[in-house]
Design a protein around this ligand. Structure first.
Ligand SMILES: [Fe+2]
Length: 194
């Protein structure tokens, strides 16, 4: 666990639920003074209270700990809202549809913020039969390489993991692809239109 619930989060979520400190305290069988202390950073709820606290605030424990209300706002599963996460420790790459709390190697991973491909990460696309043949002219050495390529359509994600010493290339079914992504382990996530 790399984070614990903070007073600010308890305070904010309690106000969202339009509950008084007394009402929250009653649900948890603690004193309102205890709740007041948590909210002002003069104490922390015991770990045994995390689950009842999350219940009372109507969120999951993981949301409570992350400090974010991460209910999936992308219920329509809009694939264009796919997010990518990469663990800086082990290199694990994870994709989600909409928001999520993702952790790996004990670290809560932020969603990667893609930027338009620059000259060094230009994503080249060629159509070969019914596929996009995607290449980058980019180093593929152990310490600087493209670690994945992905193609996002309005109904799915095609994802290819790449490794150092391999080629920075992948083939994707054309099938309504609207966006291509390339992740460089040093420079981050880049996107382009096919
Ligand atoms: Fe790079």
């Amino acid at each position: 666990m790399d984070r614990y619930v903070t007073g600010a989060v308890i305070h904010r979520l309690r106000e969202v639920k339009k509950m008084t400190q007394e009402e929250l305290a009653e649900k948890l069988c603690v004193s309102s003074k205890a709740v007041s202390k948590w909210e002002t950073g003069r104490g922390l709820p015991d770990i045994s209270l995390l689950s009842p606290l999350a219940n009372a605030l109507d969120i999951s424990v993981i949301e409570l700990l992350s400090g974010e209300d991460v209910r999936n706002r992308n219920r329509a599963s809009d694939m264009a809202k796919s997010r990518f996460y990469v663990c800086p420790v082990c290199g694990n790459a994870i994709r989600t549809i909409g928001e999520a709390v993702i952790s790996c190697c004990g670290i809560t991973l932020p969603p990667l913020d893609p930027e338009p491909a620059d000259a060094e990460h230009l994503i080249r696309t060629e159509i070969v039969e019914d596929e996009y043949y995607v290449t980058l002219d980019h180093p593929m050495s152990r310490d600087h390489y493209i670690s994945f390529l992905a193609a996002v359509s309005d109904h799915g994600v095609q994802f290819v993991k790449l490794y150092p010493e391999g080629n920075a290339e992948a083939r994707f079914k054309i099938d309504r692809v609207i966006r291509l992504y390339a992740y460089c382990n040093r420079h981050g996530l880049f996107l382009a239109e096919p």
